[in-house]
Design a protein around this ligand. Structure first.
Ligand SMILES: Cc1cc2nc3c(=O)[nH]c(=O)nc-3n(C[C@H](O)[C@H](O)[C@H](O)COP(=O)(O)O)c2cc1C
Length: 248
């Protein structure tokens, strides 16, 4: 990444605006020192009463491969049940394998007012990928890529302390953004993935997660490939900046 900026505000502004979610990575490993520098930056994130109510678990190499394989199996089982009609769903309920076991539900009905943005983002992404609106098999395959961490060599799982309720989740989000921006500044690419909170058991089997911590998100991290999908930029709505009207 080349920046054409001199002042801190210009540099920061360019970093914020040029960071993108990357959905195809090179297999190239991240040097440990580099990752540690990024994590040390993220550790300076502000939080409620400076409680820093989040923890991370980092998987690469064999552990990453094991978690990915397990998550893909669970995804496949869930999909088979979904596409298998009533019998498929019954099997899922009876065996329970494939049923989401995350700490938070990642499957919910989107509020009507947020649907247009969600649909536009999905449609834009599938267009870049050349996936047709009705090509369910290709869409499922792309969804499955989440659980392959889009080929990234490393995945970071983020946990929030349940004792601070929504506020630790807010703090974890701030931490996540600092991490993504620092990664970008260090030449690393990332994709935050709520999808990785769908099943917690494969991650809990590999890491001793302290009891009050709940899996809120995953983050694939590594080096971006040249794939066209990485050029996808969903933009932002200026309407977000409109102030809520005064009562008067
Ligand atoms: C909390 C969070 C969860 C996300 N979950 C996913 C995900 O599961 N899969 C995915 O491909 N992208 C995911 N994204 C990426 C968003 O789709 C992306 O940030 C958004 O479309 C804006 O694009 P940009 O990050 O390239 O600016 C997530 C982003 C955030 C912040």
């Amino acid at each position: 990444m080349t920046l054409s900026a001199d002042t801190p505000s210009e540099i920061l502004s360019q970093l914020i605006r040029t960071r993108r979610s990357i959905r195809d990575f090179l297999p190239q490993a991240i040097p440990e020192k580099l990752l540690n520098e990024v994590l040390a930056d993220a550790n300076w994130s502000p939080s409620w009463s400076n409680t820093q109510p989040y923890r991370i678990a980092i998987a690469s190499g064999a552990v990453r491969a094991k978690i990915s394989s397990e998550l893909c199996s669970l995804f496949d089982l869930g999909m088979a049940a979904q596409n298998g009609g009533a019998l498929g769903k019954l099997r899922l309920l009876l065996t329970r394998r494939g049923l989401p076991d995350g700490d938070f539900s990642t499957q919910f009905t989107y509020p009507e007012d947020l649907q247009p943005k969600r649909r536009a983002t999905g449609a834009g992404l599938y267009e870049v990928l050349g996936i047709g609106r009705k090509d369910i098999a290709a869409r499922d395959k792309q969804m499955r890529r989440n659980f392959e961490f889009f080929g990234a060599p490393t995945v970071i799982f983020l946990f929030a302390h349940k004792g601070l309720h929504e506020f630790s989740i807010l703090d974890a989000g701030i931490f996540l953004n600092t991490l993504m921006l620092s990664a970008h500044a260090h030449g690393l690419a990332t994709c935050a993935q709520g999808a990785l909170a769908t099943w917690a058991s494969p991650i809990r089997s590999e890491f001793k997660i302290p009891e009050p911590y709940q899996l809120i998100c995953g983050l694939s991290i590594g080096y971006a490939s040249e794939s066209a999908v990485n050029n996808f930029n969903p933009g932002r709505s200026d309407a977000n900046l409109l102030q809520i009207e005064s009562q008067k």
